[in-house]
Design a protein around this ligand. Structure first.
Ligand code: C2E
Ligand code: MG
Ligand code: MG
Ligand code: MG
Length: 292
């Protein structure tokens, strides 16, 4: 086979689609190694009650500390891992690791913290999810009501009937459910009514625009009113400015998270950051006495 032929055929196959397939395959094998070598960790972003500033809980966000590439954010690997066999493994690692972290927090006196975990579509529809959750809750002696699972609209709308069934089984365990990034997908108000859920999270794109764009502000106001009228709680994400915080609070949004309130904290720094923020009165939560 001539060298030239090889080069030509490579060009033919080097379409962006095939490049993506190659990237997926490479990413999957790198991520498998990373999990074995303990390169994944969680960062915890504080969520507060907007009226009282009390710390109500954390959202767990995955981080990949690569030995040569440095810190890799989920946006750079989660989309590539989606629909690979490995994604589910990583998702289950997040639940198991998160449950252990929550039980450590409980052991240090934080009894009633919400701990939010993001689910991929694949994990949400995986039949072993409810049993795995239950196992981890028992193993770590966690109050199931402290676990909140975040789902995006895209995971729900493909099969509403099935989604409803799975959500019911999760809630039967005592866990909570949040609809993440609300407003960015096919947000239909009627499905919210049908779905067993506890929280709705307003996507940060609306929060980012709310001070300068009346339509974003109107959307936020409407989502808050509607969600409240349904007896659910609203959480705004991506609060970066005090004026956004104030307006959301005036609109009666229950909870919020964002860089203004706190950036995601690497799990290794969690306790120090908790103490620092409480000392500086950024949050109003009284700190328990640390045992050990
Ligand atoms: P998300 O669930 O909507 O998480 C919120 C994202 O917004 C996080 O990005 C967070 O760091 C970022 N963020 C928080 N506050 C602010 C702010 O004030 N301004 C700005 N500009 N950004 C803010 P991150 O950690 O990069 O995660 C991105 C997405 O990756 C998440 O979006 C979630 O969909 C996904 N993800 C993260 N961790 C996991 C995980 O363990 N499992 C799965 N399946 N997906 C995850
Ligand atoms: Mg989320
Ligand atoms: Mg979100
Ligand atoms: Mg988002």
């Amino acid at each position: 086979e001539a060298k030239g032929d090889h080069g030509a055929s490579f060009r033919v196959y080097d379409s962006s689609m095939n490049l993506r397939v190659m990237q997926k395959v490479e990413m999957e094998s790198e991520a498998r190694i990373a999990l074995r070598e303990d390169q994944f960790s969680l960062a915890l972003q504080p969520q507060v009650d907007l009226k009282t500033r009390k710390l109500v809980g954390f959202e767990a966000l995955i981080r990949w500390q690569h030995p040569t590439k440095g810190l890799i954010m989920p946006g750079q690997f989660i989309p590539l891992l989606e629909n690979t066999a490995f994604m589910l493994e990583l998702d289950y690692w997040v639940i198991a690791h998160g449950a252990r972290l929550l039980s450590e927090l409980n052991g240090n006196g934080f009894q009633d913290l919400k701990f939010a975990i993001n689910l991929s579509s694949a994990q949400f529809t995986d039949p072993s999810l409810p049993h795995f959750l239950q196992q981890q809750i028992q193993l770590n002696k966690i109050d199931p009501a402290c676990i909140c699972l975040e789902l995006t609209e895209t995971a729900l709308v493909s099969d509403l009937k099935r989604a409803t069934k799975i959500m019911k089984s999760i809630r039967d365990l005592g866990c909570k459910i949040a609809i993440d990034d609300f407003g960015t997908g096919y947000s239909s108000l009627s499905y919210l009514k049908a779905l067993p859920t506890d929280y709705v999270k307003i996507d940060r794109s609306f929060v980012a625009g709310m001070l300068d764009h009346k339509d974003d502000q109107n959307i936020i106001f409407s989502i808050i009113s509607m969600v409240r009228n349904m007896g659910l709680e609203v959480i705004a994400e991506g609060i970066e400015e005090a004026a956004q915080y104030e307006m959301l609070s005036q609109f009666n949004c229950h909870q919020g998270q964002g860089y203004l309130i706190g950036k995601p904290i690497p799990e290794a720094n969690l306790w120090n950051q908790l103490k620092e923020n409480v000392d500086n009165k950024i949050w109003t939560r009284p700190l328990p006495v640390l045992n050990g």
